[in-house]
Design a protein around this ligand. Structure first.
Ligand code: AMP
Length: 453
């Protein structure tokens, strides 16, 4: 909504701190910030950080039902409403969860598999550890100008936030409308001479088909940084084609381990050597990833142990007992992600919930997707199990293709390489996938499309 110099930013933060101090909140009291990419959002976050109030960023793009659920869990006495330009205060709820030696910086809510939001609490030491890593291992320029796509309620945005603050760089915020208007997005990249791109792979894949999204047109862009989803090699190839002098970084990690835990630059050599499935990277220094219950192919569930691991979910002792543990004096988290190591590089295999059973057969959904995308007319594929209660009743594959494919023939083709029980009952052709607010593929929406057909 406006541009600020560093000096202007500092005065706004100081003014806001004074305003907040009037409420006499106990240190460590959580503060909800509700808004959408306004300058005041960043000002409020930084003010909370420096006063020792954990902030909970909530973007207006989330459905009201989810926002109300989060308000109910947090029971904060204070809500900074940036849209309405007001602060709601209710003295009744003044309590605190302050950790004296290592204060909580933010609590970001992620969705659990049950659909109940879980508040991941990230402390100052984890942020400092992350900042160090970002400074040392990412090779970002000191004059970084970050193009921000993710909402602040998605921890991918912590890359740009911590990045611009610690480099004294620039962050360019983009509203939902700008993000949806590709030409406007390109104009902003040019106007602010952005050099670091941060997004999910899904988000960039749509833009890469535009003839405007090329190095000759947007000369400043030098680094593409990804996290949050599988980075397909076709996406990297297209980036390298459009921006031949750029650097592509793949990173992996759950919100519970402060943004990301592994990183690798996808060089042409790596692209060629691991063309089937790209590595997610080398584990950051000081952190360990253990593979639990390794199978015959050396694939195991990833457990992250290190200072970047969260102290646990907000007010959720039961889940904390299941997911977090102390290990060699550090915190550990069971990710539910499966992976394997090759040449010291970590590879993402699948998620626990992508491993399903249908009529007693164990199926990895990713294998079906891989088989479908082997067909050169299919750009993307995702297979989703349709459930009745907890039981999987059938598989539905959604594919993106510009061609009018013969579904029965396609089923026959894939059944040459897949056992019959892995051939989906239905295959739905779409022009593009639906994406959720975090720009990850929206599986619920795909199921709705299927049900309404
Ligand atoms: P979130 O906490 O919303 O960032 O989601 C984290 C989850 O996204 C991880 O547990 C993985 O399942 C998935 N994920 C994150 N980064 C990658 C990546 N580079 N490749 C594959 N999956 C990823």
């Amino acid at each position: 909504n406006k541009d600020l110099t560093w000096n202007e930013f500092k005065s706004e933060v100081e003014l806001f701190k004074e305003k907040l101090l009037k409420y006499n909140l106990p240190k460590g009291h959580p503060v909800i910030i509700y808004g959408h990419k306004e300058v005041e959002f960043i000002v409020s976050m930084v003010a909370c950080m420096s006063l020792g109030y954990p902030y909970i960023p909530i973007d207006t793009i989330y459905p009201k039902e989810r926002v109300d659920k989060i308000f109910g869990i947090v029971k904060s006495s204070i809500i900074i409403d940036i849209i309405e330009n007001k602060i709601d205060f209710d003295e009744k709820n003044l309590s605190t969860t302050y950790f004296l030696n290592d204060p909580i910086i933010y609590i970001i809510f992620t969705s659990g598999s049950t659909g109940e939001p879980k508040g991941v609490q990230i402390t100052q030491n984890s942020i400092l550890d992350f900042q160090n890593w970002l400074n040392n291992d990412f090779g970002l320029p000191q004059n970084s100008v970050f193009m921000n796509q993710a909402p602040f309620s998605f921890d991918l945005s912590v890359y740009e936030l911590v990045g611009f603050l610690s480099f004294g760089g620039t962050i360019v915020l983009n509203s939902k409308d700008t993000i949806e208007n590709h030409l406007e997005y390109f104009e902003r990249l040019k106007k602010y001479a952005c050099n670091v791109w941060v997004s999910t792979p899904s988000f960039i894949s749509k833009l890469l088909l535009s003839s405007e999204f090329v190095e000759d047109n947007i000369k400043s862009l030098k680094t593409f940084l990804f996290c949050g989803e599988v980075l397909p090699s076709t996406t990297v190839k297209r980036i390298k084609n459009n921006f031949p002098n750029s650097k592509v970084l793949n990173t992996y990690g759950p919100t519970e381990a402060t943004v990301a835990t592994t990183i690798v630059e996808i060089t042409p050599e790596i692209l060629e050597k691991y063309s089937k499935s790209l590595p997610v990277g080398y584990v950051k220094p000081g952190t360990v990833i253990n593979l639990l219950d390794i199978d015959s192919e050396n694939i195991g569930e990833m457990e992250i142990v290190g200072d970047n691991v969260s102290i646990g979910y907000f007010n959720n002792e039961e889940l904390n007992k299941q997911k977090f543990e102390k290990k060699y004096e550090k915190r550990s988290f069971r990710t539910g992600d499966f992976g394997y190591f090759e040449d010291n590089l970590l590879f993402f295999a699948n998620r626990k919930d992508e491993l399903i059973k249908l009529h007693g057969f164990r199926i990895e959904l990713g294998e079906i997707d891989k088989e479908l995308t082997n067909n050169k007319f299919i750009e993307e594929a995702i297979t989703i199990p349709l459930k009745r209660g907890n039981e999987v009743v059938k598989l539905i594959s959604f594919i993106v293709s510009k061609n009018d494919l013969d579904i029965e023939k396609l089923k026959k083709d894939i059944s040459k390489n897949l056992p019959y029980y892995m051939v989906p009952s239905d295959i739905i052709i779409l022009d593009e996938f639906s994406y959720n607010a975090n720009h990850k593929i929206d599986k619920n929406e795909l199921i709705n499309i299927y049900k309404n057909m």
